[in-house]
Ligand binder design. Structure first.
Ligand SMILES: [Zn+2]
Length: 113
């Protein structure tokens, strides 16, 4: 595996967004990160009950706005390529994490088209 150096790896910019969301959401125990096939991202803070702790934020790296496709379908679930929750350290206990993941990301298979 070769690792190319990039000036702004997406993970880093995601991390900055995550931190910003957490700062603005005192109840957040984590931030749901949803990556779409077009390169845009959806993010939202979640509280310890698995309820939204912020509004859903959509953004695109190094762009002023999300892409045309996302403007049309609002980041349709069918186009999700990856989704996970970035926990606020140290994060809730494992069973709580599972409950939140199930509630927020759902039990639907995210990788099928
Ligand atoms: Zn998009």
């Amino acid at each position: 595996m070769t690792r190319k150096k990039k000036n702004r790896p997406p993970e880093k910019s995601e991390q900055a967004m995550i931190e910003g969301i957490i700062e603005g959401s005192p109840d957040a125990v984590g931030v749901a990160v949803i990556r779409l096939d077009c390169g845009c991202r959806k993010m939202a803070a979640v509280d310890k009950e698995g309820e939204p702790a912020s509004k859903v934020i959509m953004y695109r790296d190094m762009a002023e706005s999300i892409c045309e496709q996302c403007k049309k379908d609002n980041g349709d679930f069918k186009r999700v390529t990856e989704q996970f929750i970035s926990w606020v350290a140290p994060g809730p206990a494992a069973p709580v994490k599972e409950m939140i993941i199930g509630k927020v990301l759902g039990t639907r298979e995210p990788y099928t088209n």
